[in-house]
Design a protein around this ligand. Structure first.
Ligand SMILES: [Zn+2]
Length: 327
């Protein structure tokens, strides 16, 4: 196996979180200036490594048991790893294919057959993983985002960056970055700016293979806090329907408890999906509010208890909700 650390350029610096930073090797291959400020970062684990350039935005990763991706291959050759060694790494890696690799490949085949694919996208320039403390971290804790989710932000303050306080949520699919959304934390408009692809559903990578159920919510923070999916609109497009069905789980739609939520309920009924409209107190408007109030498990219980599969019962609950919203 290649010892990737031995191929890194000199002048490396290790951070407490396990990243090694050094002058990035990618930038001039991507039309950016050569990095002289140590903006390349690599984190190695027993299972592989991931690379991130905070200068030109290039990312690549490698996981033992998977084939070496095109982006990883390019990166390794920029580092000076000979082609023959990269081919050897690929062969060796595939010998380590384990049950999870096989399951993932099977899922990928399903996805390809269902034509669910997203292109790899770059994060906003200068996006870095959030540090452990500070206002941004307080915000994501308050919204009950799981601690191991890679929330990012532009941490520099030199005029090139967004000056409004914000957090960046990477959109992933099959553990690839396929977009992102930036949530501004002041009260100005716009609240969000995003780079999202048609048909994308947030949260598929939050699902566990052993879970039988999947919750479909509207917002990113709903999905993050409960471990569900977010369709990011008050409707569900046909492409999103294919992707959600393809997960092979019991589907429950949990709408926001507002006017827009009523539309999502209609769409769910049309699709024959279960709907849950728990009778939360008035100040709880969505899944994220419920998780903040009751904890993740508590909110999950209220959702599963109110789960309805019968069209008549869903319509009844919808009428009750419409009345609650008006009062
Ligand atoms: Zn770069």
């Amino acid at each position: 196996m290649i010892d990737i650390l031995s191929y890194l350029p000199g002048k490396r610096k290790a951070t407490p979180s396990g990243w090694v930073s050094f002058n990035a090797v990618c930038c001039h291959h991507n039309g950016s200036n050569v990095d002289k400020r140590g903006r390349g970062g690599l984190k190695a684990t027993d299972q592989g490594w991931s690379y991130h350039c905070f200068n030109c935005g290039y990312t690549a990763s490698f996981i033992l048991g998977r084939s070496v991706s095109f982006k990883a291959r390019r990166l390794l050759s920029w580092m000076g790893v000979p082609d023959a060694e990269i081919d050897y790494l690929n062969l060796e890696s595939l010998k380590h294919r384990n049950i999870y690799g096989i399951l993932e490949d099977r899922q990928k085949t399903f996805n390809t057959l269902a034509a669910i694919e997203f292109e790899e996208r770059d994060l906003p320039p200068y996006a870095e993983l959030l540090v452990d403390e500070g206002d941004y971290r307080d915000y994501v804790c308050r919204r009950r985002v799981p601690k191991d989710f890679p929330v990012m932000a532009q941490m520099q303050n030199d005029g090139v960056h967004w000056t409004r306080p914000h957090v960046i949520i990477p959109f992933t699919y099959d553990n690839k970055i396929v977009g992102w959304t930036c949530r501004f934390l002041d009260n100005k408009q716009p609240k969000f700016i995003s780079d999202s692809q048609p048909g994308y559903v947030f949260g598929t990578d939050l699902q566990n293979n052993t879970w039988e159920h999947v919750l479909v919510t509207e917002g990113i923070f709903d999905a993050l806090s409960i471990g569900g999916l977010a369709v990011m609109h008050n409707t569900i497009s046909d492409a999103q329907v294919r992707l959600i069905r393809n997960l092979g789980k019991q589907i429950t739609v949990v709408p926001d408890q507002d006017q827009a939520g009523l539309e999502l309920i209609d769409r769910a009924v049309e699709l024959g999906w279960a709907v849950s409209i728990p009778e939360w107190p008035l100040h709880i408007k969505d899944v994220n509010d419920a998780v903040i109030e009751y904890s993740r498990l508590g909110a999950l219980l209220t959702i599963m208890q109110a789960r309805e599969t019968s069209k008549i019962k869903i319509e009844l609950r919808k009428k009750q909700l419409a009345k609650r919203i008006r009062t």
